[in-house]
Design a protein. Sequence first.
Length: 194
Amino acid sequence: MKHYIIYIPGLGDHYDAGRRSALKLWQLFGVKTQLVPMQWYAAGTYEAKVHAVLAAIEIAQKAGYTVSVIGESAGASMALNVAARVDSLHSVVLLAGIASNVTPISPRIKARSPSFAASVAALPVVAKKTNPSKIHVVQAVWDSTVPSRYNQIKGARVHTIWSVGHLTTIFICITILSPFIIHLAKSGSGEHAK
């Protein structure tokens, strides 16, 4: 089975080049990857960003790939919202991700990124439209940026890794622990919670 992973980044658009470099190495583990830039602080509506991800999924599926989506931090909210619209996704993996619409967001970030605020606000729909057994939540032992109470989804599979801190956890997941993250994406709903 050919597997395609769509990667949705969090805030920090200036890290996209580094993210792309890390994701290129994932090909060594038999998957094709694509980072879909969100440009959270740039112009563009929430719906425009949703459609960019949907278009990437459609192209990959038409090419014969099984598609999974990985959402990092703020990008997890987008991954979940997209999953609510695309039943055919194989899995959704959240890396230190925001999964709750009650996650505190500073007024400054809301003002700078209305599309991010809209993505988080749309999350209640996800619980009604997404199969939680396809969702894998990867979290740190401790993360003050996105505490675990804001990344939990009833019925999802939770994987706690031995890391501390938000950026550290994301970095470890897309580099050292990439084989594990790829394994979760490929396993879909068949992987038992750890």
